[in-house]
Structures are given as C-alpha cells and as structure tokens.
Ligand binder design. Structure first.
Ligand SMILES: *Cc1c(COP(=O)(O)O)cnc(C)c1O
Length: 385
C-alpha cells in the first residue's frame, strides 16, 4: 500500500511504549494541596525538568486550570518553552542566571529570575539599566541548604540593596529546606528560625516585606508554619508522598504511568537462559513474553531480574537482563491466550494492584524524584482523563 499522506505525530502513540499522564489525578492533587494550604496561600507548581518527566506544557495547562497561581522552572529555556506554548502565568526561574544574554531572554519571555548573590544583583542592575528596563526578582536566602543563595547572616543587607535599586523589583524572599523529608524536624526548625531572623532584620531596616516562601512538598505537608505566602509543590503535585511519615496527610493520586505492549510470546525449555549474560535460567517449561521497552526508554537496567509488572491486574516477574529497547517476562502462569499487543503496566495501576515509583526507588536505593525524571523522550507522553 502506498502511503500518500504524512501520518500525524500522534499516530503511533500507544503502539509500542508510552508514559500516561492522568490529568484528572493531577488536578485532584492541585485541589487537595490548595485546600490544605488555604485561601491565603498561593500554590506555585514546580514543573522543572519537563514537569518531573510528565511533560511541562500539559502539566502547566492542567495545574493552572485547577487553580495553581504560579509556575517554577529550573532554567530559562524551560520557561521559554512554556511561553512559546502561550502560557501566561507568572514563572519563577529557580536556577541561577548571570550573563547579559540570559537577562535579555528573561525579559523577552517575561520570566522572573532568582538572584543568589550580591554580585549577581549588581550585574543584573547594570544590564537592566543599560537596556532601560526593570525586572521583578526573587532573592534566594541560604538558611542551611548550602546550595544557591546568600547566607542568611548577610541576606538582610542584600535585600535592602536590591529593594533600593530602581531597576530591580523585589518580588519575593525565599529559602529552601534541606531535610524536610526527615521525621526529625530539628534542622527544618532551625532553617525556619534563621529565615525569621532575616525577616525581622529586613523589617527593622524599614522595608515592607515582599512575598515569602519556603516550603517544598515535604515542608508543605509537615507544618502550616512553613507555608508563608506561597508554597512550592513539586513531588506532591505528581501524587507521590515525599516521605513515608507524610504519606497519610493528603489523599494524593499518582499522575504518571508507564505502559508498553507485548511484542512476542514464546516457549522455552528448562535450563535455557534468557537475555544477555543468561542472568536468568528457566527452571521449568516457561512461556516468555517480550515487551517493547528497555533502558533506553528509562527503565533502569539495575532492576533486571528484580522487577515486577502488571498484566490483566496480575503481577508478573521480569526475567533476564533488561536490554536497550526490550525486556522479557515470565508469563507461564498467565492464560494461554496472551498475545502480542497486550498492554503491560510497568508503573501505575492495573485492576486492583499498583506499582509505584517509590517501589522502584526503594529497590534501587534512590528517591522517587529521580525515578520520575528518568523516562526518556522516546516515550510519548499521552494524556488521559
Ligand atoms: C525542586 C524544588 C522544589 C520542589 O520540591 P519537591 O520536593 O519536589 O516538592 C521547591 N523549591 C525548590 C527551590 C526546588 O528546587
């Protein structure tokens, strides 16, 4: 058959393997978080790193429609991508920017930068003055994360300088917790106290306080004292609890699923090896299903021989090394009518059972944030609901 028309890009979206984004779950999580923080606190949706792998544009549209007031990204390019998609909400860039070209890009896309040092504030003021422009800025105060930001002991002086600049509009002061997912609140309380000291000093200089924010997901769920004027929700937005002891605070729903189709089913004999290196050897007559997804899609190779997946609501064991584009399952105990084309759930819900990003994170000794961010762009993001 001659193909005369170019197929649409969405043509093969669910033919091989894909990431499914449950928009209803995402909006449910936004409403839960908004209800939790109350009317007087703004919700900033943290959608850096392509919205933790969920697809930044789709997520931005959904969370804004559900009531989020602000967006946060890590880089100017991420912000530009949202503007190119006609998203008009205020956007904070969490990462550092220094160069004149970066400042011009911030102005062009109307993105609001984080300032981290006095030198950076000078550089911004100089470039803005030469362009005859001004820009709202957000000051990152390091109260104990030792990442970006001016140390809390020097922050008030710095804020005062910025507030007096004719081209920098002091929009917010913020800080970031280092240990908010730890059940022991000692460090979080200390960081909170340091932030309060800075605020006291700023007030004593006679400056009106701009907007204040401090809490990531774990901070949001830990204590209302950390909410201030605005909260910065990442992981919780995507329906995952930042720590086991915070899992019961809100009924959040996971947004992301990973699915793929069976491409072949075959029988092998006892004693036969499966996949590279024969890391699995059949101990019985075994039916093997091949699935069209691999580590090049972001399925961690270190889960080889340890992972389970769901088919028809039942748990099935993955066997042998996970390869670049494919992996194998032992489907001996599933009905004989299992055929190529059948959907396999690697992460997500099928029937009454669920495999969570936390499960993979625990198995791999990492955190669920990293699991969410690991799915490659070869997997189409498909919105449902
Ligand atoms: C990533 C990030 C967040 C969101 O963190 P979660 O733990 O995913 O909620 C908030 N604030 C800053 C500064 C961040 O870098």
């Amino acid at each position: 058959m001659l193909i005369t028309q170019q197929p649409p890009l969405t043509w093969l979206q669910r033919e091989r393997a894909w990431v499914e984004i449950d928009r209803a779950a995402l909006q449910h999580n936004v409403r839960q978080l908004k209800h939790w923080v109350g009317d007087r606190v703004e919700l900033m949706a943290v959608i850096k790193a392509d919205a933790y792998g969920h697809g930044a544009v789709t997520v931005a549209q959904s969370v804004l429609a559900a009531g989020a007031e602000w967006l946060a990204v890590a880089t100017i390019e991420e912000g530009g991508q949202l503007r190119e998609a006609n998203i008009t909400a205020p956007i904070l860039v969490l990462g550092a920017a220094h160069t004149p070209d970066q400042i011009k890009a911030l102005l062009h896309w109307q993105l609001q930068p984080t300032l981290c040092t006095m030198q950076q504030a000078f550089a911004f003021a100089e470039v803005l003055q030469s362009l005859g422009r001004s820009l709202p800025v957000h000051l990152n105060i390091d109260t104990g994360m030792a990442r970006l930001g001016t140390r809390w002991t020097e922050a008030a002086t710095w804020a005062q300088w910025v507030a007096r600049s004719p081209v920098l509009q002091l929009s917010s002061l913020y800080s970031h917790f280092a240990t908010a997912d730890d059940p022991d609140p000692t460090v979080m309380q200390l960081q909170h106290q340091r932030f309060q000291v800075v605020l006291q000093q700023v007030r004593s200089h006679g400056l009106p306080l701009p907007k204040l924010h401090m809490a990531n997901s774990a901070g949001i769920l830990s204590d209302r004292a950390y909410h201030f004027d605005r909260v910065r929700a990442g992981l919780a937005l995507y329906g995952l609890a930042p720590a086991p002891h915070l899992a019961d605070r809100l009924p959040l729903r996971p947004v992301l699923s990973v699915k793929a189709r069976i491409t072949q089913v075959k029988a092998i004999e006892p004693g036969e090896g499966v996949s590279y290196g024969y890391r699995y050897v059949a101990d019985r007559p075994t039916r093997v299903a091949v699935v069209g997804i691999g580590y090049a899609d972001g399925v961690p190779r270190n889960l080889s021989n340890q992972m389970q997946v769901l088919i028809r609501g039942r748990r099935v064991r993955q066997i042998g090394s996970i390869t670049m584009d494919q992996l194998m399952l032992d489907v001996t105990d599933l009905p004989e009518d299992l055929m190529p084309g059948e959907v396999v759930t690697l992460l997500g819900t099928d029937g009454g059972d669920q495999i969570r990003a936390e499960d993979w994170a625990d198995q791999l000794g990492t955190i669920s944030w990293e699991i969410l961010c690991s799915f490659k762009h070869r997997l189409p993001r498909v919105s449902v609901n």
